[in-house]
Design a protein around this ligand. Structure first.
Ligand SMILES: Cc1ncc(C[n+]2csc(CCOP(=O)(O)OP(=O)(O)O)c2C)c(N)n1
Ligand code: SF4
Length: 305
């Protein structure tokens, strides 16, 4: 596929690995459906790299995708990958069905912050509670991107959005705290500004037996970054006189607004207000997994039959 379409100098992949990979080849020919500066291209790349690094069998790792801008990642990932586009917020339910039908599978769920913590919040809680063997990514861009930048459950206090033009006044929902409370056994948060950590967590999650929740903080330049310039509400976002109207500036802001978990232990609630705490929050490898427990109960129920 390489070389079929002209490649502009700024589009040349910088890493030799990229050229050899499926993602690298597709980058040479694919015109992105995402806005310039969106983080979803980075996420699609990393996902594909991990898939190739570990030589994962696509049939055993179906990708179940919710509804949002990130759904377009399905065009970026490997052609052989099994992909199911679920209803908005219902990807956990579809993944559960797949896993129960074929317990050898380990589904990978893509979900936006709106998809997972808004309309799909209920499904997310029960996925975590059951400890179903799967990986669920929450792509947190602090906004409902696809439908025009409405405020989401994750929109930071003081941030502007299409539905909060005078700034968000609600408390935000924290996907990590929710996952921990609901009982997920592997819980971590990182950002697109930390790609190596992203790959590390993903690889660890693929080895884990149980529900792995990985939140990735990612920029929506169009609806979050551009609206949140250095004006109304800026003091709540730590903009320090800087704008966020390009991908680079947004990634810089995400880095500045992230606090490592070890550092966070020594900070007050006030200091952590509106920050993203990043790191691994839980790893428990000895908890019962849903499909195995189901098989155990089924055996008891069937007796000698
Ligand atoms: C049942 C239902 N309700 C509402 C919608 C409209 N809708 C589509 S995507 C979306 C928001 C997605 O936001 P998020 O999950 O944060 O993803 P992003 O677009 O930001 O990547 C909404 C409300 C829908 N598709 N289906
Ligand atoms: S609207 Fe936001 S999330 Fe959607 S593609 Fe554009 S930058 Fe990305």
């Amino acid at each position: 596929m390489s070389g079929e379409l002209p490649m502009y100098p700024s589009e040349k992949p910088e890493h030799p690995y990229v050229l050899d990979s499926y993602a690298g080849r597709i980058l040479n020919t694919y015109s992105s459906r995402f806005c310039a500066g969106c983080g979803y291209g980075i996420i699609g790349q990393i996902y594909t790299r991990v898939f190739e690094d570990l030589k994962l069998d696509p049939n055993l790792h179906p990708l179940v995708i919710g509804i949002g801008c990130y759904s377009q990642i399905l065009l970026l990932v490997h052609a052989d990958a099994q992909k199911v586009l679920a209803l908005h917020g219902r990807a956990p339910a579809v993944a559960t069905g797949m896993k129960m039908a074929n317990p050898n599978m380990k589904p990978i769920v893509f979900s936006g912050d709106g998809d997972c913590l808004g309309i799909g919040g209920n499904h997310f809680i029960h996925l975590c509670r059951r400890n179903l063997d799967c990986v669920i990514f929450i792509f947190n861009n602090s906004i409902y991107g696809m439908t025009g930048g409405q405020g989401a459950p994750t929109t930071l206090f003081g941030a502007k959005s299409s539905t909060t033009p005078y700034t968000m006044f609600e408390n935000r929902s924290d996907g990590i705290k929710l996952a921990l409370a609901a009982g997920a056994t592997h819980v971590a948060r990182t950002t697109v500004a930390h790609p190596r950590t992203f790959m590390k967590y993903f690889k660890k999650a693929l080895k884990h037996k149980g529900t792995s929740v990985i939140e990735i903080v990612t920029p929506c330049v169009t609806y979050f970054g551009r609206k949140n310039v250095d004006s109304l509400g800026a003091e709540y976002l730590g903009l320090e006189g800087k704008k966020m109207d390009t991908g680079g500036k947004m990634v810089d802001w995400i880095k500045r607004n992230s606090v490592r978990i070890n550092q966070a232990k020594f900070m007050t609630e006030e200091e952590l207000f509106n920050k993203y705490i990043i790191g691994e929050f839980r790893y428990e490898s000895d908890k019962p997994e849903y499909s195995e427990e189901y098989a155990r109960i089924q055996k008891i129920a069937m007796g000698d039959k």
